[in-house]
Design a protein around this ligand. Structure first.
Ligand code: CP
Length: 295
């Protein structure tokens, strides 16, 4: 059984296996499909565009049958629990489920599920496939993780992306620092002032303000946020010449990043999305018990 719940559940070797397999999906195994019938359900209890539809794209490309579940219109509206919902998918013949849910570590309730679960994001906890696509994007750029410096900037406190990339880069020999407003970013030993972080980093990873997870509304204007905590053109000009801009998206253009930088030459934001399909193909293939390409 090859569920993927948290990046920290993977060994270094397993991460490299997934990344190598993902890269093979862009060339030598681009046409690879399941030889048998595979049914996968995508259960999204929170909004998503990239994760949901790149999982669906990956599943279709692999020849799997795909069902997209939404709580609205399902028996969740009659009070059915997450466990009973997932157990139902298992019982009616599905081979794997992809789940996004607002509850941190929702998967702890699902220990008696006997089909693979692929975590598409749990609350402020984990987003392992996002982390893998981020790693793939970094690896394609630098050919290594050793010594690579990543500055994650923005709403760190509510970000499952920040947690996952920190865990992964610590394991792989990179360095991660955080920057952002004091209320959303602890000023501990990993904190850097934004100007220092931008000039230091090989990867400047900007994060969206997650208003949906905040109790209060933001007190400053969007323009003020950009100037104080965002990636402005002036700051971007002080990035190292080889450094890249990343963002998990969706992007609030003009808030955490100047709109013109989203598609700048050193931005990999849309590349990250394409890489999302490749890593999700690798993760789904692994979940179904197939070995990575060439192993
Ligand atoms: N990056 C990310 O998880 O995007 P979605 O919320 O659109 O899936």
């Amino acid at each position: 059984e090859h569920s993927l719940l948290r990046i920290r559940d993977l060994s270094k070797e397993e991460i490299f296996d997934i990344l190598q397999d993902a890269m093979a999906f862009s060339c030598s195994q681009s046409d690879w499909q399941f030889p048998n019938k595979v049914l996968i359900a995508n259960l999204f209890f929170e909004p998503s565009t990239r994760t949901h539809y790149s999982f669906a794209s990956a599943q279709h490309q692999l020849g799997a049958c795909v069902e997209n579940f939404t709580a609205q219109g399902s028996s969740v509206e009659k009070g059915e629990s997450l466990y009973d919902t997932v157990k139902t998918f298992e019982s009616i013949g599905f081979d794997a489920v992809v789940i996004r849910h607002k509850k941190d570590e929702y998967f702890k309730e699902l220990e008696n599920i006997n089909i693979p679960i692929l975590n598409a994001g749990d609350g402020c906890g984990n987003h392992p496939t996002q982390c893998l696509l981020d790693l793939l994007t970094i690896y394609q750029e630098f050919n290594t993780f050793e010594g690579i410096k990543v500055a994650v900037i923005g709403d760190i406190k509510h970000s499952r992306v920040a947690n996952s990339i920190k865990e992964a880069m610590d394991m792989l020999g990179g360095e991660v620092v955080f920057s952002g407003p004091a209320e959303w970013c602890e000023h501990d030993e990993n904190y850097r002032d934004i100007d220092e972080a931008v000039a230091w980093a090989d990867v400047v990873m900007m994060l969206r303000i997650q208003h949906e997870r905040h109790a209060d509304t933001m007190k400053m204007s969007k323009e003020e946020y950009l100037v104080k905590y965002g990636l402005t053109k002036e700051r971007a000009a002080r990035m190292k010449p080889h450094a890249i801009i990343m963002h998990p998206a969706p992007v609030n253009r003009g808030v955490e990043i100047d709109s013109d930088l989203v598609e700048a030459g050193n931005s990999r934001i849309f590349k990250q999305m394409s890489n999302g399909v490749l890593v999700r193909k690798a993760v789904i293939k692994r979940a179904m018990g197939y070995k990575p390409f060439d192993k």
